[in-house]
Design a protein around this ligand. Structure first.
Ligand SMILES: [Zn+2]
Length: 236
């Protein structure tokens, strides 16, 4: 992965997307003194069958903030789109472009925007919408004539995004050593306790460790034998 950057902005659809996807890499980056900010399109309020959205949203927001803190991320913003029915379009691109202009990152991170996770594992429409809109917004953020209302709000164009790194891609091109951040990535995922306890009957910690270790190991084969977090890197 490129190392010549100081600020990253991670933009995903739901609480837990980054924890399932790439928190070990984020821990390593914040250790190195880099600033990472999270932006979530939704509060994940439709994620738990037994919990009404009005109760679920605030709870998952709280868990996401705790989860981010474990890997050294202090700023977590929510765009307030509706969980499960995020619409790809100019409203979403504008919200993400505004976040990019506010935070002025060199690296933007998002989650798999393709139709599947590989093979016949279908992706969700929210991930596809947010991933695609984030790739688009990296350019939108730099153009003063796209979304001129943002300039009126004091958000000057930011043309400094050099890369968009897509976690969970079926076509990874780059990787970060997962070893230094792996234990914290387990703790970070574990903060989504309400969600995980509904998801699995397994002990939550065992579940998180097995999942994240397995993922890092699966990537190792392609990246020099080291457990890793893989990204598909789009240069700009
Ligand atoms: Zn998700």
């Amino acid at each position: 992965m490129p190392e010549d950057w100081s600020r990253a902005l991670a933009v995903v659809a739901h609480p837990d997307d980054l924890e399932y996807g790439c928190a070990a890499a984020i821990a390593a980056w914040t250790d190195a003194g880099r600033e990472v900010t999270y932006v979530l399109a939704t509060r994940g309020e439709a994620g738990i069958d037994t919990l009404e959205p009005e109760k679920c949203g605030p709870l998952r927001e709280q868990e996401q903030r705790a989860s981010a803190a474990v890997v050294g991320v202090d700023t977590v913003e929510f765009l307030g789109h509706k969980d499960g029915v995020i619409e790809y379009g100019t409203a979403l691109r504008r919200d993400i472009a505004a976040a990019i202009r506010r935070h002025r990152p060199e690296l933007v991170i998002t989650l798999n925007h393709r139709d599947t996770w590989g093979g016949v594992h279908w992706n969700t429409p929210d991930h596809v919408a947010v991933g695609r809109a984030t790739l688009d917004a990296a350019s939108d953020a730099g153009n003063r004539w796209i979304f001129p209302e943002l300039v009126e709000q004091g958000l000057e164009p930011w043309n400094g995004v050099k890369w968009v790194a897509v976690a969970g891609s079926v076509q990874p091109t780059h990787a970060v050593d997962a070893t230094p951040g792996l234990e914290r990535s387990v703790r970070s995922l574990l903060e989504h306790r309400t969600y995980i306890e509904v998801l699995t009957s397994e002990d939550p910690e065992t579940y998180c460790r097995t999942f994240l270790t397995g993922n890092a190991q699966a990537v190792a084969e392609r990246f020099g034998g080291k457990p890793a977090v893989a990204f598909e890197l789009f240069s700009r």
